[in-house]
Design a protein around this ligand. Structure first.
Ligand code: MYA
Ligand code: JJ1
Length: 388
């Protein structure tokens, strides 16, 4: 059972398959004057702190909390290691609220022991564009687990989102909660198979030698598509049009404007890479692909401490076949020294995963909406949203 989640306005397990329940908000908004004005109570030893992500010092504290306590795989071999630059990018999009970057400190030592964040986003669900918070980076220090701190943090971020007159949220988790709008599979494409095998990320296949494996995953030195180049600032209007048109076909997707595209998709070194295809004849922008950089710490390996992973982000093909576009993405990721290229089975990704030698991982990612009911669970291919 889920004592906390059963008390929240989210789709409940008992309601699955009930076609009488309408799609849309589960609870109506209240007046802002009815939103609780004081923070929720924490256990007496702890205090709330708003984390100023413009301060390098605070950003370092958050970085270290996450580096040591954030998400691990099911065998505790790898732990996400989001960089400081990544965190400032992820947490300071257009219109962000400082008050949604919430920490918990030990009162006596002032040590940061827990964290949760929201950033604002417009998310379209079918034909409705809904103002939402994207909730991410929920983390409680390993020594403070299972003390019901997470529900207090979730209630506090909810309160601060409500204070901005926003009543819905989107989030992902590796665990099953009431109730996913869809469940996605992680797929992995080896770029540096020897290292992946050495650190236990992957295994030598049956009847495979190391040299046959290296050959299997070999890629050309440079992209094949004429006109394939880095996205630049001047491309923002064309990329926005391309992306808006592409995302319109999915049931749930972000409603990106030019400001959002500039923030989320313009290349930022060691954070996000974006490429496009400019037709050599017409100079039209016809295709686009992107990935973000999220290394993982390798826990307890003598020879390697970091796994450099690229994660597929938003990709659009109108002229170059998606398979060829993504093969070029693999080629540039390999040139940038990534060890592995990861992707979820969202949007049209299924059409290239097997052919480009991705294999299914042991992890899944469940997507959720807060205070918004979807009548039937979606197929991953109906989802046009990638959260970081
Ligand atoms: S997902 C990434 C989550 N982080 C990690 O996995 C890092 C490593 N783990 C930890 O730091 C802790 O284990 C966490 C739980 C902090 C996850 N999402 O305090 P507890 C429920 C939601 O005793 P702890 C991400 O960042 C659990 O079912 N709920 O547990 C998106 C139980 O409730 P119930 C979760 O292990 C986050 C209760 O918490 C999650 O010490 C989106 C137990 O609390 C989870 N990942 O701490 C948050 N894990 O009894 C929701 C456990 O009912 C946002 N729980 O089963 C909702 C929208 C809010 C805004 C709304 C605005 C309108
Ligand atoms: O990375 C993941 N799994 C890897 C490593 C497994 C190590 C042992 N548990 C994996 N490797 C196989 C790769 C192989 C390459 C050649 C082809 C065949 C496949 O499967 C998994 C995803 O699969 N990652 C995790 O488990 C991390 C947590 C995922 C949930 C994230 C929740 C995030 C919350 C966000 O806000």
């Amino acid at each position: 059972t889920h004592k906390f989640w059963e008390s929240q306005p989210v789709g409940q397990f008992k309601d699955i398959g009930d076609s009488n329940l309408p799609e849309g908000p589960i609870e109506p908004p209240t007046l802002l004057s009815e939103v609780k004005q004081e923070p929720y109570n924490l256990p007496i030893q702890y205090e709330w702190t708003t984390c100023d992500m413009e301060s390098d010092e605070t950003c370092d504290e958050v970085y270290n909390l996450l580096k040591n306590n954030y998400v691990e795989d099911d065998e505790n071999m790898f732990r996400f290691n989001y960089s400081q630059e990544f965190l400032t990018w992820a947490l300071r999009p257009p219109g962000y609220y400082r008050s949604w970057h919430i920490g918990v400190r030990a009162k006596t030592s002032k040590k940061l022991v827990a964290f949760i964040t929201g950033v604002p986003a417009r998310i379209r669900v079918r034909d409705e564009v809904v103002k939402m918070a994207e909730i991410n980076f929920l983390c409680v220090h390993k020594r403070l687990r299972s003390k019901r701190l997470a529900p207090v943090m979730i209630k506090e971020v909810t309160r601060r989102v409500h204070l901005e007159n926003i009543w819905q949220a989107a989030y992902t988790a590796g665990v099953v909660l009431p109730t996913p709008i869809t469940t996605c599979q992680y797929w992995h494409r080896s770029l540096n198979p020897k290292k992946l095998i050495d650190v236990g990320f992957s295994r030598l296949g049956a009847r495979m030698t190391m040299s046959r494996t290296i050959k299997l995953y070999k890629l050309p030195d440079s992209p094949a598509t004429p006109g394939f180049r880095n996205m630049e600032l001047r491309d923002v209007p064309a990329v926005t049009r391309l992306l808006r048109n592409y995302l319109s076909q999915f049931v749930v997707a972000p409603d990106f404007d030019e400001n959002d595209v500039e923030h989320w998709l313009l290349p930022t070194e060691n954070v996000v890479d974006s490429y496009l295809v400019e037709s050599p004849e017409t100079h039209e922008i016809t295709d686009f692909c992107s990935f973000y950089t999220l290394p993982s710490s390798i826990l307890g390996n003598q020879n390697h401490s970091t796994l450099k992973a690229a994660y597929s982000y938003y990709n659009v093909s109108t002229k170059t076949p998606l398979l060829q576009l993504m093969n070029d993405a693999l080629i540039v990721a390999k040139q940038k020294d990534f060890d592995v290229f990861n992707a979820l089975d969202v949007m049209h990704n299924e059409s290239f995963l097997k052919e480009l030698k991705f294999g299914p991982g042991d992890g899944q990612l469940h997507y959720y909406l807060y205070n918004y009911r979807i009548r039937h669970a979606l197929r991953p291919s109906e989802l046009g949203l990638v959260l970081l």
